[in-house]
Design a protein around this ligand. Sequence first.
Ligand code: FEO
Length: 408
Amino acid sequence: MMEMREIRDGIYWTGKVDDRRVPFHRLILEKGTSYNSYLIMDEKNVLIDTVDFMFGKEFTDRLGSEFDLLKLDYIVINHTEPDHSGALGSVARKAKNATILCTEIAIPELMEMYKLGIERFRAVDDNETLSLGKRTLRFLHTPYLHTEETMVTYLEEEGILFTCDIFSTHVADTRLLASELSDDESIDADFIGYYSLIMDPHRRYVNPMLDKIEGLGVSMIATSHGYVLDKDTDRYIGLYRESAEKVKDVRTVILFNSMGGNTKRLARLLGEELEKTGIRAEVIDANVRPKEEILAKVADADGILVGASTKYADISGNLEGILAEFKEMDLQGKVAGAFGSYGWSGEAAHVVQDYLKEAGMKVLTTEEAVRTTGMDDVSFPLRVRFKPEDSIFKVKAAAAYFADKVRY
Ligand code: FEO
């Protein structure tokens, strides 16, 4: 474990540089990584994030040898994932006077993970401030970047933004500060590579986060992996904006068969949600338009949603005859999802999904959404009981997820 290192007056990096080939999010980080934690000394002393769970005891012992943990007033946890909160249990047990600050959603997770009582925690609101004496912390919630409970912490008087995963790089370099690199060393590839791996699956949350930090005046981005960005901060923030706004013009088809009107309304609601994101969505009733015309539109589309009501555990009307043609077409790799309203059992959406898979399409599923983004509010096939308006959050989540997948 490296010594603490002062990066501004009274502000110390106190993390761990991990130069192993680190297994992470189903990849091996060839350049290693670091877990950056920070200690702010003021009238109130604050620790911001910790290190990976496997270095928890080492971290706590080292920190405790350089700083009296009983003088710690707050521990800020910006993100619960254990590569940053991993030492919370051991630190909090020694720092008996410290209150743990995090979002409300994070509290039960941290209580369970580190067996800490509720009395140790205080939830901070979005945009809430906390005076440390000479300086002030401001907490900004940044949901889904990259998990639901995340936030960033801004030290106003210093212009330092503590961002945990956001703006990070997976590099083990004891130089720590980006300004210590020579002019011919660029970190852009590592920076964009990290964005693509961790943030891009959540890109619709990136611009709201950037809007939130715009105008703060950030002179240093204190990340929790890799380099501390102590120069060119506007350029790095701009790279996130540029990446998040990179979109392509796409067209989609929403094909449906509806018995009582609920699946038709669900198709229309999905279409409206897609149009709100700027994606063209043509909603087509399989029982009204000629099969050849429908197949031509499907062939031309970048993404297809197909919905069916359930009749005696099966699809009714013309839709099945159209779906049967899909496997004869070249639809490989097109993004697809199934949906349907039902009253009792709702098997039809699953039958539709089978046809889409058989055609070799990139079929969205609940499991795939959890695996790639950790989001558990996305359901595919999208099945709603009776009126779709009663399940509007589910409909919006599915449409937003489909929009992301088809557009990027
Ligand atoms: Fe670096 Fe989401 O943990």
